[in-house]
Write a protein that binds this ligand. Structure first.
Ligand SMILES: [Zn+2]
Length: 197
C-alpha cells in the first residue's frame, strides 16, 4: 500500500516571509490541537514531523472516518520552507493555464504522452525554480510574461512555492480547513495537491 498525501502550497509567499508564515500556521495548528508540537518520525521526505493531535478530526471532511490512519507509521505533518516544486506524483500534468488571458495550453497528447514542444519551456522553469532562478516565460497566446509561480496547473498537479504543508495519510481535508490556512497565510493564493507515493 502506498502512502497518500495532501499538500497545501502557498504559491505567493516570498523567501523573506516563508519562515514567518510557517511558524504562524504551525502555532495555530498546535494550539487548536490539530497536530502535536513535539515532532517525531512520522513523515516521509523529512526526518521528523508533527503527529496528529486530539482535534485532528476538525481538519477532515468526515471526522467520523475510521481513524485507522492514526495507527499508521506515516501520519504526520511536514512543513517545507524554501523553494520547491510540489508534485502530485503519478502521471503527467495535463495542461497549464495562463493567469493573464486564462487560455489553456495542453501538455499531453491523446495517449497522455507529454508533447515535448509544449512542455520543454516549462521543464526549464521547473528545473530552475528550486535552484533559485525565476524562469519567466511568455504565454504563447497573449505573449505576456508569466512568473514561475503564477502558472495554473490543471488539477493542481504541480505547484511552485516556498512554503508547503504536507499531511501524510490524513483522510480528505475539508475545504473550510484549507481556506482557514489560506487566511492565516495572509490571504495568499494556495494550491491543494493530492497524490500517492
Ligand atoms: Zn496568456
Amino acid at each position: 500500500m502506498g502512502d497518500w498525501f495532501q499538500t497545501i502550497v502557498d504559491v505567493e509567499v516570498g523567501a523573506e516571509d516563508a519562515e514567518h508564515f510557517a511558524a504562524e500556521v504551525r502555532d495555530w495548528l498546535i494550539s487548536a490541537g490539530i497536530v502535536l508540537s513535539e515532532r517525531t518520525d512520522c513523515v516521509l521526505g523529512a526526518q521528523v514531523g508533527h503527529p496528529p493531535g486530539p482535534a485532528a478530526g476538525q481538519a477532515l471532511e468526515d471526522p467520523s472516518e475510521d481513524d485507522g490512519w492514526q495507527r499508521l507509521w506515516t501520519k504526520g505533518l511536514d512543513i517545507t520552507v524554501g523553494r520547491a516544486v510540489f508534485d502530485a506524483g503519478q502521471g503527467e500534468v495535463e495542461a497549464v493555464t495562463c493567469p493573464h488571458c486564462a487560455k489553456e495550453l495542453r501538455l499531453v497528447d491523446a495517449c497522455w504522452q507529454l508533447i515535448d514542444e509544449a512542455w520543454a519551456p516549462f521543464r526549464e522553469v521547473l528545473t530552475d525554480w528550486p535552484e533559485g532562478l525565476d524562469g519567466v516565460i511568455a504565454c504563447r497566446f497573449c505573449e505576456r510574461p508569466v512568473e514561475p509561480t503564477a502558472w495554473l496547473w490543471a488539477d493542481d498537479h504541480l505547484a511552485l512555492g516556498q512554503l508547503g504543508f504536507t499531511f501524510w495519510n490524513w483522510p480528505s481535508l475539508k475545504q473550510d480547513f484549507v481556506d482557514e490556512i489560506g487566511r492565516r497565510l495572509g490571504g495568499h493564493r494556495t494550491a491543494l495537491l493530492a497524490g500517492k507515493l
